[in-house]
Write a protein that binds this ligand. Structure first.
Ligand code: NI
Length: 254
């Protein structure tokens, strides 16, 4: 079996056929899904999904793109929700300098507050990083994120950045872009990450892997990421499945 460590199955893209998508994932050997809610609108629907399916877990937090909307009450709300039995981590949190929908200093403050909360609650964190490698590493270090660790979700950085994250007890997760022909750097990085720190994910409905690139992504497609990873590492699909499943269970205490 495989674990999709990062999904957004509560997204509106699945409103028409959510139950079928989830059933298809299960039928394709996806034994566990970690679903992410990241703002006022998606946290409740994320939790509802985790309550409806025994094999779906929830991670809750505040996305950097929505940082400008986060008030202290939201942080208290997230703290309260962290006691929910299906909540296994905090996020996705981090920095997004690509869309830049919230000022950088606001993003940084919201990121720091969530790391402090995760340390207080002793929960792993899920990191969203878009074009912000240097500042992400600096903040993780300054806020002592190594005390809780977590995952660099859909990692797209260099080996140097991966190494710094690994040194702070982070796992490195790869998604659909690993399967793209021109993804030279992610392929090189995936081949260097220690086996006990590798994870696979979809980030569905986004970042669809080959051969469905351009279409809507879904959790069942995480197998294409695992197959690609197996080829890069010279390991069988079964070995990748076992390794990444063990890793996800350890990180999220599943
Ligand atoms: Ni995401």
């Amino acid at each position: 079996m495989l674990i999709d460590t990062h999904a957004h199955l509560n997204a509106k893209e699945f409103d028409e056929d959510r139950d079928e998508v989830i059933a298809r994932a299960k039928a394709n050997g996806i034994g566990t899904i970690v679903n992410i809610g990241f703002n006022e609108e998606t946290i409740p629907t994320c939790l509802a999904l985790a309550e409806a399916y025994d094999f779906i877990y929830a991670v809750v937090g505040w996305h950097p793109q929505d940082a400008k909307d986060m008030r202290d009450e939201h942080l208290e709300w997230i703290e309260e929700l962290s006691r929910h039995p299906k909540v296994v981590g905090l996020g996705e949190m981090g920095l997004d300098y690509y869309w830049d929908t919230s000022p950088k200093d606001v993003q940084a403050e919201v990121f720091r507050k969530q790391i402090r909360l995760a340390r207080k609650l002793q929960l792993p964190i899920v990191i969203h990083n878009r074009d912000a490698h240097q500042d992400i590493i600096t903040i993780l270090r300054e806020e002592k994120a190594d005390e809780v660790g977590g995952v660099m979700h859909c990692f797209s950085g260099s080996w140097e950045t991966a190494k710094l994250a690994l040194d702070m007890n982070f796992y490195i997760s790869f998604g659909g872009p690993l399967t793209f022909k021109n993804a030279r750097v992610p392929k090189e990085v995936a081949a260097k990450v220690p086996l006990d720190r590798l994870l696979v994910e979809t980030d569905c409905p986004y970042l669809t892997p080959t051969p469905y690139r351009g279409k809507r992504n879904e959790s069942g497609y995480v197998r294409y990421v695992a197959e690609e990873m197996g080829q890069l590492l010279g390991l069988s699909y079964e070995e990748i499945a076992r390794i990444t499943t063990d890793n996800a269970r350890r990180l999220f205490r599943l």
